[in-house]
Design a protein around this ligand. Sequence first.
Ligand code: CTP
Length: 399
Amino acid sequence: MKTKKTVLLGITGGVAAYKAAELARLLVKAGFDVHTVMTPAAKEFITPLTMKAVTGNPVFESLFDPLHRSATAHIDLARDPDIAVIAPATANALGKLALGMADDLLSTVLLAIDLATCPVLLAPSMNTTMLMNPAVQENIRRLAARGYGILEPGEGLLACQEIGKGRMADPLEILARVQAILERKRDLEGRVVLVTAGPTREALDPVRFFTNYSSGKMGYALARAAVERGARVILVSGPSELPLPAGVEFYPVSSAQEMHRVVMDKVLEAEIVIKAAAVCDYRPELIQEEKIKKGGDLALKLVRNPDILQAIGSEKGRRFLVGFAAETEDLLENAVQKMEKKNLDMIVANDLKREGAGFAAETNLVTLLYRDGQLEEMPLMSKYDLAHCILERVSARTG
Ligand code: CTP
């Protein structure tokens, strides 16, 4: 019987391949049994000997290696691991996986892995222009939608001397993600969680609308994390460019009124409601049927939108309600007031003036406040990690 969790580490041919050795070292140090599969191009950047020395295991390089235990090595390799990490994942590797192509050992193994039993994390790494190429972006979105975990590339000086997005995720971050997935509790199994995300769009005329800077990142991270913890997740989202987390029931909406309608309908099924959406408080009184032509000054009348969270709070029942407060001043006072006014169990207070917090950032810096007066200041962390922290608290308080 195996005592250690097994990681299949796939290395493809990018400059960041040299970081795979550091990743393997960290994984081994953390107690994982690491088995490496390298593509022929990866071997141009780092040698199999290095990986063998770091992991203490033989390195797999070819579909037709006579040293394989059996003639179906790709199937054996796909059956064994608890998790697979492809780091770095080149544009070519992502493209092949997205298309279901299998022309070497690694791509064949990847197709033979069942995502239901073995999560696969992909760490894209390449030149910024390549990364932003619509073909590559589409492949990444497709893979994410199929349930592959994408380790977002970072920004910085790249090997090509350009500055931009494309650096492989930091090995420490990858290790943390592997640990989080393998050690995660399925503590929301059987629960129904409704998450709202993104901004709303309030139309003015056929070509214009009011909105805000919300990216949807926090809400999507919450939806993904809730699925990972075993919940049935209903995601109601305003317009967002983000890839849809695998396994959610998705209801795209545009305006606050639309979000209100869908949420009030779906909330009946939910025991936990997390309102991360940045709902526009006001909308134009009238939506003009024709495009407004310019002339002199224009005065617009805005009218209040329904407060969705307050509406849920007033008929809360036994539901656990989590709200968000984005503030630029008097953070805690305002958050406590919102929690009381909307009858919430918990509020995530976000100080927009602090670095690392806020709408488009990958990270968040928040204070969690609870109905019983408890308060927890959280350190700077990724929105994904924060999502798990929030859900852990919710689960502990509703269990
Ligand atoms: N919210 C909502 N419906 C609205 C407005 C906000 O459900 N029409 C929810 C948000 O999803 C979030 C919380 O309420 O969870 C934010 O509270 P809110 O008081 O609306 O924050 P602000 O819009 O920042 O309010 P204010 O302008 O009063 O600071």
